[in-house]
Structures are given as structure tokens and as C-alpha cells.
Design a protein around this ligand. Sequence first.
Ligand code: 4AD
Ligand code: MG
Length: 457
Amino acid sequence: MMKREKIKQILDKNSPMDSVLVKGWVRTKRESKEFTFLEINDGSCLKNIQVVSDHTLENYDDIIKITTGSAVSITGKLVVSPGKGQSLEIQAENVDIVFINPENYPLQKKRHTDEFLRTIAHLRPRTNKYGAVFRIRSELSYAIHQFFKNMGFFYIHTPIITGSDCEGAGELFRVTTLKNISDEKTDFYKDFFGKEASLTVSGQLSAEMYALSLGDVYTFGPTFRAENSNTSRHAAEFWMIEPEMAFCDIEENMGVAEKFIQYIIQYTIDNCKPDLDMFCKFVDKELMTTLDSVISRDFKRLTYKEAIDILIKSGEKFDYGVSFGNDLQSEHERYLTDIYYKGPVIVYNYPKTIKPFYMRLNDDNKTVAAMDILVPRIGELIGGSQREERLDVLKSRMQESGLNLSDYWWYLESRTYGSVPHSGFGLGFERLIMFITGITNIRDVISFPRTPGNIDF
Ligand code: 4AD
Ligand code: MG
């Protein structure tokens, strides 16, 4: 039995072979008098391989009837191509037709709108663009693990089903086995876990317990938010990378986050060139300039107060008013990154009133040691902080936030025993992919997006 070669391997080796076996799907077919040319893609890379079938092949009558998207298995000689546009091609000796696609295959045209492709999310990875998105997504996952492994972090799997609301924003999806629930009077002690449960919005609280044990840890998993904001940057199910570091303050935290983003971008440039080039050419002509702005210099760091001053002085007409104490809206973030600094910025020391309970209170009693990393086009890519390690301060912040302390007894106990300064952050994986590919809608970088009113696949 001959070993099947992936098209990527063949093109990487770039040398003729006496016999090869490739399997894939037909992207296009062209006929001349004596030959039929098939462009085959097997998903391993952006490029197709050209297969030339001579009219003397025994099933030539079937070969000329091959339709777009049909599946084939080809054996033949890999030779230097005399034609333009490819260095190698296969002279077919045998064309085995695995599947003939019907004529109504939706991906006949070369280009479709992203909106249309969203309606066929099960087929869109068969296009050049979406194939590239999901290959890059896979490569980035490896790069992320590699970065943390190199830094001596441990990968922790934190629960998907939880009994606490990490961000305190009330955006929880409930998990229950009860048939009837009403918001006020349900007896959750009868429920599966004996209390209210939900899907996690962040693995942070659990990760903190492990940082206070193993030192440096990270999580990389799905998170869920019932946020009703139907925007191009929010999904109800998204993936987050959350490092958590013991004996680490906000300054060091910013340093790790900056190095992390730069590493991932450099990795993509070094390892995903063909796919990245496609995005530079067809999706965002400014993409390389934007990516360069991230790897070529240190991120600008400024306090929330300084950011507010810049926004007020800008004279821009924003839809949302700017004043100390209000959260930055994406238009404000974009002004700082796209217009004012033309690159990524780290905004730190936010008012405590707009940030969650676990962030460390600064000496001014007004701000917390929070830090958000904002990048061009996307806005917030990372949210993080130094954590409140002082038991009494943490308790009073939780009370202020209206939390039920007894629900968090285990979290509080980590401040009773062996508590140390520690910090961490969360990076939204889809936003990172949007940033790196130039794609502007989060629905187009996750395989089957979940957004309000939409769970078709
Ligand atoms: O700023 P957030 O809410 O921070 C946390 O969850 C912290 N517990 C993280 C930590 O310190 N360990 O979310 C972190 C990041 C955001 O900066 C954003 O990139 C992404 O997660 N994110 C979303 N991405 C897609 N859809 C949503 N609905 C998102 N909400 C947050
Ligand atoms: Mg945030």
C-alpha cells in the first residue's frame, strides 16, 4: 500500500517523485483538448496541487464529469510543472473518484460574503479564507502552550460548571436538571448540585488556588457569558487563556502579558506565512503594519486617569461621554490605539467602582491595580489585575459588591493560609485571532459561533 502524502508535505519538500498518492477535494476543473486539469485541496495548506489527466486514462469519460467539491484519490508522478502558477504538478496515472458532488454545491463561486458563509458554517471551512482561519487558530493554540511551557508554567484544567460568578456581572448561563424553574422561588437544594450552578465566565478563581500552590499556572478553555451585547467582538461562548502568577505584582503582570502577545505574533509571522499572506492580501492591506506596531516596540503604558484626560482633550465627538468613573467604551479604546498612539496600550489603575471585587485596592482607596491591554482595531484584548491578597480588604470589597461571602469561603481561605501577592490576566482567544487575521467579526474566527438568538449549528 502506498502512503498518502499531504499536499503541504509535498510542497514543503518541493522535489519531484516517481510516485505519489494524494487525496482531497476538487476546487476547480479545466479542460483542454487532450487533458483535464484538476486543482486539488486537502486542507493541509492553502495551496492546491494541480493534477493533469491525459485523455488516454481509462476512466477519462468520468474524469471530465468531475464537479466542484468532489473527492478524489490520485496516484501518479510528481513532476516539475511546465505551466505557470505552480512549481510541481501530478501527472495522474490513476484518478479514483471517491465522491461526486451534486451540481447544487453552495461553494461554486470563488468569493462569497462572510454573511452568506455564516449561514453555511458547516461548509465554510472548505473555502480558502476559512481554511486559513482555522489552521491559524490551531497553530496559535500550540504557540500559546509553547510560550507558557518555556516560561515554566503549568497547564491547569478548571471547572466548566461552577457555583460562583467570577466577574460578578450576572451574565451566567444556568446549569440545572430541574424541569421547572422560576427566578425567585425555586428550591435549588433539590437541583443536581444542591445549589445554583452555572457555566463558568472565567477560570480565574480556581486558577488562583493553583498559582498559590504550583507558582505559575495557566488555563486555556471555553468560557460562557450570557451578555446580550450583539456586537462584532462578543460571543456567548469563547475561549480564554488565563495565566496566574504567585509573587507577582501588576508591573510584572503587564510585562508577561506584553511578552506573551509579542511572542504569539512573532510565532505567526515565522510559522504561518502562506495563510497570513492571504489575510494581508485579501482581508486587511494594513495588517502587517498593525502587527509590526506590536512587535517592534514596547506597549505604551498609561493610567486610566491619563487615558481619560487624553480623551477629554481630544475634542472628538464620542457617542458615550467621557468622565472619571465611567468605563471606557470601544470607541474610546479605539481612539487611544488607532488614532492617538497608533499601537497597543496598557491602561492601568481603574476606579474600583467599575471593576470586579478581586482586584487589589490601591493606596488611594479609589482605584484598583487593574490593567487592560487595548490593541488597534479590536480594543480590549486582555483584562487582568493584581489580586487582593489581604483578607480584610477582600472581605469588605466583596460585601460592597453585594456578594454572599459564604459562597466564596474557599476563595477567602486562600487569604487565610499562605496568602501572597499574585496577579494574572485573561486573553480572549477569538479577539487575538481577529487581531492577527484582520477579520472584523468574532463570528468568523470561531467554528460555530454562539450569539444571542443564534445556535443553528
Ligand atoms: O476582562 P475579562 O472579563 O476578564 C476576566 O474574565 C478575568 N477573570 C481574567 C483574568 O484576570 N484571569 O475578560 C478577559 C478577556 C477580555 O479582555 C476579552 O478579550 C475576552 O476575555 N472577552 C470576550 N471575548 C469574546 N466574547 C466575549 N463575550 C468576551 N468577554 C470577554
Ligand atoms: Mg475586561
